[in-house]
Write a protein that binds this ligand. Structure first.
Ligand code: NAD
Length: 282
């Protein structure tokens, strides 16, 4: 059982996790570390952490059962190296990062068998602890990516923590995870960012952003997501994201060809098939 927790990165996701645990009766101390003093202050005000510091060196109590890393993914290796000097041998370290694969291998190499990779499949385009939501994980999937070396007890502690929040835990290989989420999460974000860029390109003297339809707003909501977080995700899952973008470009070209050549029947069939697949999602 986890009695005390250190959150590294007191932002939207980390705050949502600790608020969810608090709401469901977690009585232990929750410590926080964030580069931003403002995030620490807001985290305390919001009840997401009890005490906090702007660096790991300042933490005055390392008797914590669990450390949760909830910063942008490209900071994880450095944070892992820093944590190594402080954590107890049996402290479980886990993360909320959107990329796993090599990152999990590296963190396991740095921290040993008590590191357990995790990725909650929940979130929004909003960031910051002020937007945290204690019910964010209710009924949502959380992917845990243990390797052959991961300590079983550590895995069970991480699973227990997530189940406490109302989430449904699923296990997956870390590299498979990156291929899957490269396709269904990282590609749609890339497309939304690129679509806004295309509209900027097309808005010469005439500002197209004055006429946003409902479809445009729905489709591009996620382009308002945090740039640093997404820069890190694209770079950390570079190969899978590039592969997904290439396949998407082929699909766009297929659609372009059908429109250009006015292939009425094939265009209808294409749109019908896509619509069916999308409707099956609901
Ligand atoms: P956020 O911007 O709300 O919070 C990140 C916090 O980390 C900020 O307060 C920032 O000051 C702090 N930080 C940055 N670098 C740091 C460092 N080196 N040391 C200490 N603190 C540092 O971001 P978020 O949305 O909470 O995302 C956090 C993690 O969760 C990311 O790894 C992201 O991939 C993952 N994630 C996000 C979502 C989502 O929808 N937002 C969903 C699933 C997973």
């Amino acid at each position: 059982m986890v009695r005390s927790l250190l959150l590294v990165g007191v932002g939207f996701m980390g705050g949502s996790l600790t608020l969810a645990l608090r709401k469901r009766g977690f009585g232990g101390e929750i410590l926080g570390v964030d580069l931003s003093q403002e995030a620490i202050a807001k985290g305390i005000e919001r009840g997401a952490i009890d005490r906090g510091w702007t660096s790991l060196e300042e933490v005055d109590d390392w008797d914590v059962d669990m450390v949760v890393i909830a910063t942008p993914v490209r900071t994880f290796r450095r944070i892992g190296e820093d944590l190594k000097g402080f954590v107890r041998k049996d402290t479980v370290v886990t993360d909320l990062g959107s990329v796993k694969g090599r990152l999990v291998e590296d963190l396991e190499r740095i921290l040993g068998k008590t590191f357990v990779g995790g990725h909650p499949i929940a979130g929004t385009e909003k960031s910051g602890v002020q937007n945290s939501n204690p019910d964010l994980f209710e009924g949502k999937k959380v992917i845990i990516t243990p390797t052959g070396r991961t300590d079983r007890e550590a895995v069970e502690k991480v699973r227990g923590m997530w189940e406490e929040t109302g989430a449904v835990v699923e296990f997956m290989d870390a590299h498979l995870h990156d291929w899957v989420f490269g396709a269904v999460s990282h590609l749609p974000h890339a497309v939304a960012f690129a679509l806004i860029d295309a509209i900027i390109e097309m808005s010469g003297e005439f500002d197209l952003f004055r006429y946003p339809g409902a479809g445009f707003k729905d489709f591009t909501r996620i382009a308002a997501s945090d740039p640093v977080m997404w820069r890190d995700i694209f770079l950390e899952n570079r190969e899978n994201t590039l592969r997904a973008i290439d396949i998407y470009i082929s699909s766009l070209k297929k659609l372009r060809g059908l429109i250009k050549e006015e292939k009425i029947d094939q265009l209808t069939a294409f749109l019908e098939e896509v619509k069916d697949r999308r409707m099956n999602l609901e």
